[in-house]
Design a protein around this ligand. Structure first.
Ligand code: 26V
Length: 824
């Protein structure tokens, strides 16, 4: 049925060419005689952008007219990657562009790859937000994303002599996908003081005065749904100096320098994405970013609501706001401030509205990632919000005291204010208290938050406030775009591409698992994807790898809890084993290529040490004639979304090996299996549900369970600690200088040997290595291997972000889809 709503297409190749060429010649003012790939990219993008804008306007008009509840997804990160390929796919016009560009002398892949990634995110949390936008639009939900328009996205990683170097990612030189709205601005206040007085009717009034004003300017990005007219909006706020009289006066007085400095200070707010994933540092600029973005977004949402002329009690029937982690928690006191100080509502009504409006998603239980802001800092920057937070806390604690009169020690534990020096505001507690639902992102994680960080709150509010929504990924980007041949093969068996809208249809593939022709093509596609990655490795790293070898891939942010160190220690063990073998024994071995990629936060020394060790091991192993093709170790520079689209379809095995209980969900695990690779993983995050879906025989699980982690950690510190002997052997090799200066790696080794092995690398090492031997064995039987891969793909339907968004809509937002009006 959705086909009849499909947007009006380019009716011919010529029509597309005309549009693209016209943009090249007029919008870009370039002659066709020096039209290079970049100009072809720009012209193609502008031609498609014109198409999107029509749907976008129609969607916004339709949503305003329909006047039903909308979802607002507040996220400090949207890791969108490239837009053109996705736009062509979603408006179902890629074929026309392919032919048209060929007429003009270009290959579409080359044109697509001209685009700079929109890298406004760190990792899983930001990419999840991008997948959600795709699903929201594809399912016709009336939804907006709100974020910050960083001038610099996540840094570009360069590997120089085996060390990570960070280079700024200035990505805005040419960005056809954003529309500056210089007429949509909001003045945002910082600092100042609070005034309280009684008005003529004796009513208590509060206002926030003085301080400084920074202007928020809207930049809108169209988000097209797949095969639907719905094109939603992602609104990113940029900061600039408020053009008030103050500046003019300064300027007129001749204080040019200080007026320029003011301008730069204002623009700094949206200048750069913080590159710490999972580490909170309490920097003032970060808090400014958070408030700037929350205040601008809420002003915008409230402005839109007020146009409907409804009563305030209707606000939660018109507006659902989802908080992507605690980063937007200030939206809670900000909405309270608007309702009470500016709109004159009573506290209780304002609180009722606020709680019904917000939902909060938790994405981590790691204590070092839980946001806390110092009370003095907040007092200085946001004096009125701090008062409101204190009031929320007071009323909450009184409620807890009444409900649990015999448990006074609980009050200190659940207080929003931590009684430390300085005092701290616990943002996760504020987010939880101010929302009607709290969700984790995979079953295990949602259980864990109820028994660890939010245990007391389950008692206070009851279990119904907590729910699970297991993460998902969009099959449009992560199957069709990244792996077009596999997508086409599937379509040929299922009778079309409807599975891209309903991924559970993949289950029908199981009946083809014994189909010879299908199996052959499936295997050929995997091989072709490996050839493509091998070529990329040759081009970037200069190393030749054999596409027939088993490709073993771990790509994700570098973090101790994700345990890339476990992986590289396993690789070293494999290397030492090979070295100790006879030539005959070596002949029986299955060749491997171990591929790593991922960024370390710039100040995270241990993570940078892991990168260095991987590079050094690669340098030695790849040049060792004893080893040849049996083992290659590759570190791919600057892992990002567009590189993931090449890497993910090329795996035989991918590694998702976090210490049990630490990885909230993981989402790349889903991408790899959907693309016909198998997983080695721990019983953590979504790995557990992937196992439930694909079956235990189709995944390689190992290691200790989450429930045993505390006891093991305790035993390391207070019991007798024995290092796993095979790991000890690996450490001896590192200490011998086999991989360069041993001193460079001493902190990494000592953390395990002397400092309690917090991430249980030693405890899991033996079962990890043993499981890799089972993988070697299984890979030798290619027929069975392919059966596992096909069966797994067929069973991955659950992990579509479409399923995930429908669950949010039903159980948290209470919003309905809105079918687009037919165009033209
Ligand atoms: C935290 C912080 C702390 C302050 C500095 C900047 C910063 C940036 C990001 C974060 C978020 C940490 C939480 C996070 O990224 N969680 C990941 O969320 C994924 C999507 O739900 C999930 O798949 C991953 O397992 C989880 O680690």
């Amino acid at each position: 049925a959705w086909k009849k709503y499909a947007p009006k297409p380019f009716t011919s190749t010529e029509e597309f060419e005309k549009a693209a060429v016209s943009h090249i010649e007029t919008t870009l003012a370039r002659s066709l005689y020096n039209c290079d790939e970049f100009a072809a990219y720009a012209g193609t993008s502008l031609a498609f952008r014109d198409r999107l804008v029509i749907d976008w306007n129609a969607t916004q008009q339709n949503q305003t007219f329909a006047d039903q509840k909308r979802v607002y997804y507040l996220s400090l990160e949207f890791l969108m990657g490239r837009a053109l390929d996705n736009a062509m796919l979603n408006v179902q016009q890629k074929e026309v562009a392919t032919k048209g560009l060929a007429d003009l002398g270009f290959r579409i892949e080359d044109v697509i790859s001209q685009e700079h990634d929109a890298a406004l995110g760190n990792g899983g949390l930001g990419r999840l937000a991008a997948c959600f936008l795709d699903s929201l639009a594809s399912l016709n939900y009336p939804a907006w994303g709100y974020g910050l328009r960083y001038r610099y996205g996540i840094f570009k990683q360069e590997i120089i002599d085996g060390y990570q170097m960070e280079v700024p990612d200035y990505w805005l030189d040419f960005n056809p996908w954003e529309f500056p709205r210089h007429d949509v601005t909001v003045d945002i206040q910082f600092y100042g003081h609070v005034n309280k007085w009684q008005d003529e009717d004796g009513k208590q009034q509060t206002s926030w005065e003085g301080g400084e004003i920074v202007e928020a300017v809207a930049y809108d990005v169209p988000v097209p749904g797949y095969a639907t007219g719905t094109t939603n909006n992602l609104r990113l706020w940029g900061s600039k100096a408020a053009s008030g009289e103050f500046d003019f006066q300064k300027f007129n007085r001749g204080e040019y320098e200080s007026s320029v400095a003011d301008q730069q200070r204002a623009e700094t707010i949206s200048a750069v994405l913080y590159p710490n994933d999972n580490l909170e540092r309490g920097k003032e600029l970060r808090l400014k970013q958070q408030y700037f973005w929350c205040a601008a977004s809420l002003y915008d949402i409230v402005r839109r609501f007020k146009k409907t002329k409804r009563a305030w009690k209707d606000f939660p029937n018109q507006v659902a706001i989802q908080l992507n982690d605690t980063h937007p928690t200030l939206a809670i006191p900000e909405l309270m401030r608007i309702l009470i100080d500016l709109e004159g509502l009573e506290w209780d009504e304002a609180w009722q509205i606020t709680q019904s409006t917000f939902g909060y998603t938790n994405h981590t239980v790691l204590p070092e990632a839980l946001e806390k802001w110092s009370v003095p800092l907040m007092q200085h920057l946001l004096p009125r919000h701090l008062q409101i937070i204190f009031d929320i806390n007071l009323i909450f604690l009184q409620f807890v005291e009444r409900s649990f009169p015999k448990e006074r020690e609980m009050l200190g534990r659940v207080s929003i204010i931590e009684e430390s020096n300085p005092k701290m505001v616990r943002m996760a507690y504020l987010a939880l208290i101010g929302s009607h639902k709290v969700n984790g992102v995979a079953e295990l994680h949602s259980d864990l938050i109820k028994t660890t960080i939010f245990k007391d709150f389950v008692k206070i509010y009851g279990p119904d406030k907590f729910t699970n929504v297991t993460n998902g990924i969009t099959p449009r980007r992560w199957l069709h775009q990244a792996n077009p041949r596999l997508s086409e093969l599937i379509a040929s068996k299922l009778g079309g591409f409807d599975f891209l809208k309903d991924l559970t249809m993949l289950h029908k593939l199981e009946s083809f698992v014994d189909d010879k022709e299908f199996r052959k093509e499936f295997a050929e596609i995997k091989y072709a994807n490996k050839v493509r990655l091998a070529k990329y490795i040759k081009d970037t790293n200069g190393v030749t790898v054999d596409p027939k070898a088993l490709f073993d891939i771990q790509v994700k942010r570098i973090h101790e809890y994700k345990r890339q160190q476990l992986n590289i220690f396993g690789v070293i063990k494999r290397y030492l084993d090979i070295k100790a073998m006879s030539a005959d024994e070596r002949k029986k071995l299955a060749p491997r290529v171990n591929i790593f990629g991922g960024k370390a936060a710039p100040g995270y020394w241990m993570a940078k040490t892991v990168i260095h060790l991987i590079c050094e091991v690669g340098r030695i192993v790849n040049a060792d004639p004893d080893v040849g093709d049996l083992l290659k170790v590759i570190f791919l520079e600057d892992y990002n979304v567009s590189k993931a689209e090449i890497i993910v379809p090329a795996s035989d095995i991918s590694e998702h090996i976090s210490t049990a209980g630490t990885e909230a969900s993981g989402t790349s695990n889903m991408k790899f299996v959907l693309n016909g690779g198998l997983i080695i993983g721990t019983c953590d995050g979504a790995n557990i549900e992937i196992t439930r879906e694909v079956g235990e025989n189709n995944i390689f699980l190992f290691g200790n369970l989450a429930e045993d982690v505390d006891e093991l950690r305790h035993a390391h510190l207070y019991g007798t600690y024995e290092l796993e002997p095979s790991l000890s052997h690996v450490f001896d090799a590192i200490r011998s200088g086999m991989f360069g200066d041993a001193g460079a790696f001493s902190a990494l080794v000592n953390g395990i040997v002397d400092h309690g092995d917090y991430y249980l690398v030693s405890d899991d090492f033996a079962s990890y290595c043993k499981t890799h031997e089972m993988i070697d064995e299984a890979y030798r039987n290619q027929e069975e291997w392919i059966t596992k891969c096909i069966t797994s793909v067929a069973r991955m339907g659950f992990f579509s972000s479409d399923r995930c968004i429908d669950e949010y809509a039903e159980s948290i937002w209470n919003v309905e889809p809105l079918a687009p009006k037919q165009n033209g």
